[in-house]
Design a binder for this molecule. Structure first.
Ligand code: PB1
Length: 325
């Protein structure tokens, strides 16, 4: 039996004021994290072809950009470092004078209000481009844990507010947690890339971070996009090992997983709108096929509606500007 005409859902859609009053999902600049790519040198601002508007920045330029981000209302950045030199062990990731520790120091001075999150992985530091050290041509899980833990410690000592392991090695959250606690960083949170898929949406990032695997792919450590139950197991493991925030990645292709993770664990959930998601919107908008601002707002709202508390997005700067403070 229809409730019409007593109940008319369109009554609340009649004006923007009514729509805004009953809107269920709201996006705030404070929910957004801006990834930044920091490179050696000074005065460097190198555009990334596959990601229009995204640049590789030297430490000095990254600090200036962070000042601008704070003024726009962005409250957090995620730092990816590109080292001067790469080797099989990714040893530059451990350098206390490396690009990430120096960026942390400079950004802290320029934008003390900003939350500084660092990506912990080896793919930008190894000359083979994999996220760990190799043995017989495959990523050797357990020896990689020690390098990741030492990398996280290097970032902690340089003043990171949170570390974000993106490597997908088994046991890495526990190894990093133990290392941080052992060094007295018991209060430093971990945002783990807990359900990270071996996605085809990462291509542009690998140009930005110069981190494409020299051979093979990442399917031996990142998850099969066909699997959602496995994502719940991965998240449970990371929470058990000490993750304070758990991430699902990519975002729009994984809204079902975001929702299931949020409902199952009630943990703070991050979602990463990855480089391929960014590049697709930019390319279509450049051709006049899509309204960029509208599509970005709709995509981020969908990611938030799916249950993400934190959204890592290359659009953070633009969206914050549009949202105002
Ligand atoms: O924006 C993106 O595509 C992010 C890609 C992501 C960064 N954490 C990984 C891409 C990859 O697998 O190469 C990096 C893995 N450490």
């Amino acid at each position: 039996m229809s409730r019409h005409p007593a109940y008319r859902p369109r009554r609340l859609r009649r004006t923007e004021a009514l729509r805004r009053l009953v809107r269920e999902t709201r996006l705030a600049a404070a929910d957004l994290v801006q990834p930044l790519f920091v490179v050696p040198g000074r005065g460097v601002e190198r555009p990334v072809d596959a990601m229009p508007g995204v640049k590789q920045l030297s430490v000095d330029r990254a600090a200036e950009e962070c000042r601008r981000l704070v003024d726009l209302g962005v409250s957090a950045v995620l730092l990816f470092g590109l080292p001067e030199r790469k080797d099989a062990g990714g040893t530059a990731a451990l350098d206390p004078e490396g690009v990430v520790p120096r960026a942390l120091e400079a950004i802290r001075k320029a934008a003390p209000e900003l939350l500084l999150i660092t990506d912990v992985c080896l793919c930008a530091y190894t000359d083979h481009g994999h996220c760990g050290v190799l043995r017989d041509g495959a990523v050797d899980n357990d020896p990689t844990l020690a390098v990741l833990a030492e990398t996280a410690l290097t970032h902690a000592r340089a003043g990171a507010d949170m570390v974000a392991p993106s490597d997908m090695m088994d046991g890495r959250v526990g190894a990093i947690r133990r290392a941080l606690d052992g060094a007295g960083f018991t209060e430093l949170p971990i945002m783990s890339y807990a359900a990270k898929y071996a996605s085809a949406f990462y291509g542009p990032f690998r140009e930005a971070a110069e981190s494409a695997p020299a051979f093979g792919d990442r399917r031996g450590y990142q998850m099969d996009p066909a699997n959602a139950e496995e994502a719940l197991r991965e998240v449970a493991l990371d929470i058990e090992e000490g993750a304070d925030v758990v991430m699902v990645k990519p975002a729009l292709p994984c809204l079902d997983v975001i929702r299931r993770v949020k409902d199952r664990f009630g943990w703070p959930v991050a979602a990463y709108q990855v480089s391929g998601e960014y590049a697709m919107v930019k390319a279509a908008a450049a051709r006049g096929w899509l309204d960029e601002a509208a599509v970005v707002a709709e995509s981020l709202t969908a990611i938030r509606r799916a249950g993400a508390d934190v959204i890592i997005t290359y659009f953070a700067r633009d969206v914050a500007r549009g949202l105002g403070r």
